[in-house]
Design a protein around this ligand. Sequence first.
Ligand SMILES: Cc1cc2nc3c(=O)[nH]c(=O)nc-3n(C[C@H](O)[C@H](O)[C@H](O)COP(=O)(O)OP(=O)(O)OC[C@H]3O[C@@H](n4cnc5c(N)ncnc54)[C@H](O)[C@@H]3O)c2cc1C
Length: 477
Amino acid sequence: MSGSTSTRFDVIIIGAGPAGMAAALTARQLGLHTLLLDEQAAPGGQIYRNVLGVQPAVGTLLGPDYVHGGALAHALADSGVTAWFGALVWDVSAEGVVTGLRDGQSFQVQAPQLIAATGALERASPMPGWTLPGVLNAGAVQIALKASGSIPAGRVVLAGGGPLLLLVACQLLDAGAQVAGIVETSAADNRRQALPHLPAALAAPGYLLKGLRMMWQLRAARVPWFTQASEMKIEGTARAEGVVFSSGGRPRRIAADVVLLHHGVIPNTQLSRLMRAEHVWDEVQLAWHARVDEWGQTSLPGLRVAGDGAGVAGALAAEHCGTLAAIGAAHDLGRLSSVERDRRAGPVRRALSRQLRIRPFLDALYRPPQWINAPEADVIVCRCEEVTAARIREMARLGCQGPNQTKFFSRCGMGPCQGRICGNVVTQILASEIGRPAAEVGAYHIRAPLKPVPIASIVALTEFGHPTETAGVDTHE
Ligand SMILES: Cc1cc2nc3c(=O)[nH]c(=O)nc-3n(C[C@H](O)[C@H](O)[C@H](O)COP(=O)(O)OP(=O)(O)OC[C@H]3O[C@@H](n4cnc5c(N)ncnc54)[C@H](O)[C@@H]3O)c2cc1C
């Protein structure tokens, strides 16, 4: 049942999205003995999911940004990097022992340098009706499209804000779905806040042009489009039947069979918080991210975070950060002098800074509306344990000073998702109820296992003890 490996790696990279793939390629080029782990069956991460196996017609409709990932994934396949797919990492000890599960086999590996490239998650959108069947995250539908070319049947309404909302709407239109409406929730003030950042964004006009093209496509398809929506709820008894909201000072309703919610993505910090690295609350992105230096180095020696986990900045920025983290790791391992490190990093930093020019504009334009993080009393916030917003506020009134006490007394965040979905909202509800900044209120402590694993795989580790010999894993580097 259990396996572990005595193979020595210089660096272990967790996550094979753009950040992880770029880190692995660079580490390998620099002569580091590299192991890349990802729970998905193939490289790609979120944006390039299934890029090597996608049906050609689906690849075409997903667009050139998606196809770009193919080059990265092919380079990885040809590089000789040891990559284990279907490998879920569910624990990393303070000493850096990485524990995971692959093909039903437990494994433990260790290296002096660890790069967490675990990406982003979609922000939760708690509102009345969001737990009804037929309500999904927009990203989830995109995953089904990339993985199997399938699209939802019936009238699809997309609600929320952010570039991914528009992208998914366009991709669904191209794939033949019936897009019945777009309901944007970004507040009126967002444009005013974003305006000062427009000149910097114009210096890298590619993203703005992409945005305009998507808007033009949706307008040309005559998709009903509402803006600055508030007081939103999803109606339905056994499943979603429609979205009601207020827009332009009037109450509205759009009939829907499927409702796709999206309020941007937030860093996936489960692993770096499990390891107790320092994190920072970002007041604009309204999310936690690991505190890192310019080489992705966290507060814990030997742990780096690259890509969206260190702050959401998009796929190309993630790629550059992955490269920089690998260069930093090689330097710390004594394989690169400071001069050589800085020489290699120079062009990557310039490319990264071009990618980052658009961020302040996008972050301000698509800052989630205040009401999405302050749900009504009877809205379920923790879906696993069915804890409502009212119960979380009650915990604060009874004296809970943060998410961990709230978890202890209410079971909020104690379910199988380990607070991945509700954590961000719980922090903000408590912050507003207690009257302290979210940064002070804090986040859930994360404990292993990061995701549900069979009990036998945990027992097997105790039977086998510390890493000994390779079993059931290919360590052919
Ligand atoms: C659902 C979703 C869809 C998106 N679609 C698009 C899009 O179409 N276009 C776009 O421009 N941007 C998209 N984004 C944003 C985009 O994914 C990111 O900006 C970019 O992919 C970040 O790259 P990354 O390498 O940091 O992380 P990711 O690409 O997210 O890769 C992280 C990888 O880490 C792996 N991982 C995480 N935890 C573990 C673990 N414990 N054990 C093993 N493996 C683990 C994941 O399986 C994943 O493959 C999407 C984001 C999400 C959440």
